[in-house]
Design a protein around this ligand. Structure first.
Ligand SMILES: C[S@@+](CC[C@H](N)C(=O)[O-])C[C@H]1O[C@@H](n2cnc3c(N)ncnc32)[C@H](O)[C@@H]1O
Length: 243
């Protein structure tokens, strides 16, 4: 009882400080980025959100692979910095059980990944993003395995119109294939696709996310990609165009 009474003022203080701590987080991210020589993930996000804002590309943010919410938190505060929050809905797709068992191409000589890696429960994820200033009602979560959840029925339910930015951070080829099939309808001129693990397979483009993307482009000749920025050790981004 006593601890419940004590936690009330603590919660009130936390709530009152929340806007300040979000702003502080955004400034910290910015500072960290500017003091690195290579294009860091945060600077990449900043560049892409700035591009989308300048070109007035309206559409939602879709993230495939959120783990503990780190990338969503970074993107959210970056959008806030660019005054984009009012224009965007956030859709977050994850198993919340970590990676599936790597099979097929993902299971061959590159055993970097394993089943359950990056597992973070939905509750933990929600607590993380809340603590870092992202109101949970702003980010719609779709839990489940991509090969089961990403289908026409989900599309009807979500009513996503178009995507402005899509972050694909699900590591594996087998995971990326259903993601790309799902987002094809949401691509418009200027949509930016970010791949977190493009170079993760010793730079080989015939494996992982890179393979899935190149196969998808070949399957969808009306969709074109212009390489944009690379960042960190393994990230790349593309600006999309649709005939
Ligand atoms: C590297 S983590 C994402 C990291 C996160 N974007 C960040 O920056 O903090 C990869 C995520 O992809 C999810 N994932 C991979 N394959 C999946 C699949 N087939 N279905 C659902 N989620 C999947 C995992 O659960 C995991 O959370």
């Amino acid at each position: 009882m006593a601890s419940r009474i004590l936690s009330l003022p603590i919660r009130a203080v936390r709530k009152a400080l929340s806007p300040i701590s979000s702003r502080f987080n955004a400034m910290l991210f910015d500072w960290r980025s500017r003091h690195r020589e290579y294009l860091s993930r945060q600077l990449l996000f900043d560049t892409i959100v700035g591009f989308v804002a300048d070109c007035q590309i309206e559409g939602d943010y879709l993230e495939f692979g959120c783990f503990g919410g780190g990338s969503l938190v970074d993107i959210f505060h970056t959008m806030r910095g660019h005054h984009r929050l009012a224009n965007v809905q956030f859709f977050i797709f994850d198993s919340f059980e970590g990676l599936p068992e790597p099979t097929g191409l993902d299971a061959n000589e590159f055993r970097r990944y394993e089943r359950g890696q990056f597992a973070c429960s939905l509750d933990q994820y929600i607590a993380n993003i809340r603590r870092q200033g992202v109101p949970i009602e702003r980010a719609r979560c779709i839990p489940g395995w991509y090969d089961k959840t990403l289908n026409a029925e989900l599309k009807k339910n979500l009513r996503i119109k178009k995507a402005s930015i899509v972050l694909i951070d699900c590591d594996l080829y087998e995971s990326t294939v259903p993601v790309l099939d799902f987002i094809a309808d949401y691509i418009q001129d200027g949509t930016v696709l970010i791949f977190d693990d493009w170079f993760s397979y010793k730079g080989r483009l015939d494996l992982g996310e890179a393979r899935a993307f190149n196969e998808w482009l070949a399957k969808n000749p009306r969709i074109h990609a212009t390489e944009y920025h690379k960042a960190g050790r393994t990230m790349i981004s593309f600006i999309m165009k649709v005939d």
